[in-house]
Design a binder for this molecule. Structure first.
Ligand SMILES: [Zn+2]
Length: 301
């Protein structure tokens, strides 16, 4: 297998993303396994060791409730030719659709990892590992949280040395940011943050409501101007915006010290600071996607 073949094999993960639904199970497992390889681990990993890590990653970065199916990629990644399992024959010989239960994987200590030949190539080539990791995070996560995903799996959170994924950069409208900031008059739609240094805005970003990675378009009704902090927690699903009323609703999972929580939760139930023209209002279908695929239920009262 050449490096190009390997990159292509991992790229096929893109087709796992079905329509509007975020399917991050396999990408997160692969990132976790890449981190193990780059830390020098050569052994297959026991499901019992991998499980708590995958559960935490899915709870943090996956759609609501996706942690329940945390064992699916451990089994299904085999069919992509990128994964190998070791364990009792009565489990390994099952047809691809017969996913073992959590209990079966645990009690039989089923082990998984990249096939040895692939692992060897990856281990000898840190830049290849970085390239694959970068392509995966670019294909599945918005920029605001890519560093968090990489840090959480244990990979360096700056992969800028690795070549970019040209595919992921295609068709982006370079004027999107400027149009969105203008629509919101250069202030955060949540807190009104509009700090400038001279004429330069500081910490103000154009967030996609429906992620670009999920085929969300670069149009103003799919954007909101947000400060860096509100952008990040919006992409992590700490709050969402209700279609119709544009009311902000925060997740019960968000917490902090009294002072921090009070400041953040002051916006719970408040209305978004609306754009200057109704043409720019967030479209209900994009808000509905965010609520379903990103927001962390349950909502606060
Ligand atoms: Zn803000």
């Amino acid at each position: 297998m050449t490096s190009d073949d390997i990159i292509k094999a991992f790229d096929r993960m893109r087709v796992w993303q079905q329509g509007d639904r975020r399917a991050v199970h396999k990408p997160l497992l692969v990132l976790h396994a890449l981190a193990k390889v780059s830390s020098g681990s050569t052994a297959m990993e026991d499901w019992n060791d991998a499980e708590p890590r995958l559960k935490a990653l899915l709870n943090e970065f996956g759609p609501d409730g996706s942690g329940k199916s945390r064992h699916y990629p451990f089994w299904h990644l085999q069919t992509d030719g990128l994964w190998q399992l070791e364990g009792p024959q009565n489990i390994l010989s099952r047809p691809p659709a017969a996913t073992p239960t959590l209990t079966e994987l645990r009690s039989n200590h089923v082990r998984g990892g990249f096939p040895p030949a692939l692992r060897k190539v990856l281990q000898a080539d840190p830049l290849l590992v970085a390239t694959i990791a970068r392509r995966i995070v670019e294909a599945h996560f918005p920029e605001s949280i890519r560093g968090d995903v990489l840090a959480a799996v244990g990979l360096p959170d700056d992969l800028s040395a690795a070549p970019m994924d040209a595919e992921a950069r295609r068709h982006r409208d370079p004027a999107f940011r400027e149009k969105v900031l203008l629509a919101y008059q250069y202030r955060c739609g949540v807190c009104g943050h509009d700090l400038r240094l001279g004429h330069q805005t500081i910490g103000l970003e154009a967030a996609h409501i429906k992620w670009f990675q999920a085929q969300g378009p670069d149009i103003v009704p799919n954007g909101i101007a947000l400060c860096s902090l509100h952008h990040k927690i919006f992409d992590l699903g700490a709050f969402t915006i209700l279609p119709g009323t544009y009311q902000m609703v925060f997740s019960q999972h968000l917490n902090g010290s009294d002072e921090t929580a009070r400041r953040m939760l002051a916006y719970h139930g408040a209305g978004l600071i609306l754009p200057q023209s109704t043409d720019y209002l967030p479209r209900p279908e994009f808000l509905a996607w965010h609520q379903k695929q990103v927001f962390k239920n349950p909502a606060r009262q």
